[in-house]
Design a protein around this ligand. Structure first.
Ligand SMILES: [Zn+2]
Length: 206
């Protein structure tokens, strides 16, 4: 459990410590930065956080967070995107990395995480949301699902598990399931891969 201090500096610092990958020293540095910042910058930050609650929603099709109050995100609403391809990614960040590479013109589904090797848990992953959407996607022309997970042990474990789940459904509906090729160096996150690497990983999928 998180203990909340009455000291505003400690309190904000412990809030920053909840962020992924942020330790106490970095959290302290954020607070020090804000203390030195102008009220205008602090207000901008507060407004930005507040707008996440009021002006952002989850796209009902790909499940990523996107601006606006309801309806499909810009990618899912784009009729020029190829409905024959569906890339399953772990996070919004990985989706955006594929978008930045300008090599992929299909649709997406954000699984919302990876299987943790420590627990082998799939809790919290949107696996049933994905499987229930497949018959409709097949009607829309789905040919191939590309499992686009990071090249690390969690990514590999997730790909195995998701493939087990999807392959039988693919047999019924006539789509195949592929994984990204190893253009990605081992251990690399999609988010930090350069566009050429992502392109070769996509081209070499199997
Ligand atoms: Zn979407």
């Amino acid at each position: 459990m998180w203990r909340m201090s009455a000291d505003p500096i400690e309190k904000l610092s412990s809030l920053f410590e909840r962020f992924p990958g942020i330790g106490p020293r970095q959290a302290q540095r954020f607070v020090q930065f804000l203390l030195r910042s102008s009220p205008a910058i602090r207000r901008e930050l507060m407004d930005g956080v507040r707008e996440l609650g009021s002006s952002v929603h989850q796209c009902p099709e790909c499940m990523r967070y996107s601006a606006g109050n309801k309806g499909l995100c810009a990618i899912c609403a784009d009729n020029n995107r190829d409905t024959g391809l569906l890339a399953v990614v772990s996070s919004d960040g990985d989706l955006l990395a594929l978008e930045r590479s300008h090599t992929y013109r299909g649709r997406y589904f954000v699984l919302g995480g990876l299987i943790s090797l420590a627990s082998d848990k799939i809790n919290g992953l949107r696996l049933s949301e994905l499987t229930t959407s497949l018959s409709q996607r097949a009607d829309a022309g789905l040919q191939e699902i590309i499992l686009a997970f990071p090249a690390n042990p969690e990514g590999d474990a997730t790909a195995i598990r998701v493939r087990e789940e999807l392959a039988p459904i693919g047999l019924i509906h006539g789509f195949k399931v592929s994984t990204l090729g190893r253009g990605l160096s081992t251990g690399s996150e999609l988010e930090y891969a350069d566009p050429d690497t992502l392109k070769s990983a996509l081209d070499n999928r199997k």
